[in-house]
Design a protein around this ligand. Structure first.
Ligand code: KIV
Length: 271
């Protein structure tokens, strides 16, 4: 008789139930097999294969350069390391904004070539039709409002969004439209906590905040920021749980020293 371990997978329905029960949702980015496996085994609810890969994996200044092929490479690696978490993949800049057919074709590629569970895209009213078509095709969609890094050249800065009445009103409206279009959740990035609270309380679907305060239904952080791999990026909203940059630098310096002094390998480390 073969014994198989039963793993309870997180689905979009699990997230909905978590919101209803008042249980907060944990989400983190990952871009490769090894980290995805650690995060999945640690019990993270959602892994986001973010287009922040463009910054933290490829070293670009913005998220704009990353391609659909590159996102597919990252997402398929993450999926191989995941057995429980829900995996959401960003549609990258230029893969969905032309029209809803382009959005659908890009989504099909992600779903077929990676095995991911859902996609995320940025924007409100402008992407409503695409959201509806993707969901009609059976793919769960997460929205993203507030600071939307793919529009950085329109905004001009990475400052807090929706502080002014007009922008806050558009965000409230967009959040409602995305819920009506069928999104299973919404990322709210870098907006005032009071606005995030109001939006989170007014929606049935869960909100996941980054720099949007404690009243969102969950939180997301970029793994390189929360693990302290990046040293330059220290926004107020970031809680850094490790200083991996210092840890890794220390370990590599020690290794270099051991090689130079012929301490490594020792007799017990050779054949
Ligand atoms: O790409 C990303 O990492 C994101 C998060 C910041 C939400 O979209």
């Amino acid at each position: 008789m073969s014994v198989t371990k039963e793993i309870k997978k997180i689905t979009t329905h699990t997230l909905q139930r978590m919101k209803e029960k008042g249980e907060k949702i944990s989400m983190i980015t990952a871009y490769d097999f090894s980290f995805a496996k650690i995060f999945d085994e640690a019990g993270i609810d959602v892994i986001l294969v973010g287009d922040s890969a463009s910054n933290v994996m490829a070293g670009h200044e913005t998220t704009l350069p990353i391609t659909l092929d590159q996102m597919i490479y990252h997402a398929s690696s993450v999926i191989r390391g995941t057995s429980r978490s829900l995996v959401v993949v960003d549609l990258p800049f230029g893969s969905y904004q032309s029209n809803s057919k382009e959005a659908l074709v890009s989504t099909f590629r992600i779903m077929k070539e990676t095995g991911a569970h859902a996609i995320k895209l940025e924007g409100g009213e402008e992407v409503q039709e695409s959201v509806k078509r993707i969901i009609a095709a059976g793919v769960p969609v997460m929205g993203h409002l507030g600071l939307t890094p793919q529009s950085i050249y329109k905004f001009g800065t990475y400052n807090v969004r929706a502080k002014e009445q007009a922008e806050a009103e558009k965000l409230r409206n967009d959040a409602k439209l995305l819920q009506e279009a069928g999104c299973f959740g919404l990322v709210l990035e870098k907006i005032p906590a009071t606005l995030a609270k109001e939006v989170s309380e007014s929606l049935q679907i869960p909100t996941i905040g980054i720099g949007a305060g404690k009243f969102c239904d969950g939180q997301v952080l970029v793994m390189h920021d929360m693990l302290g791999i990046n040293t330059e990026f220290k926004p107020r909203f970031l809680r850094q749980y490790l200083n991996l940059h210092a840890e890794i630098t220390g370990a590599v310096k020690k290794y270099i020293g051991d090689v130079k002094s012929n301490d490594f390998p020792s007799e017990s480390e050779q054949y």
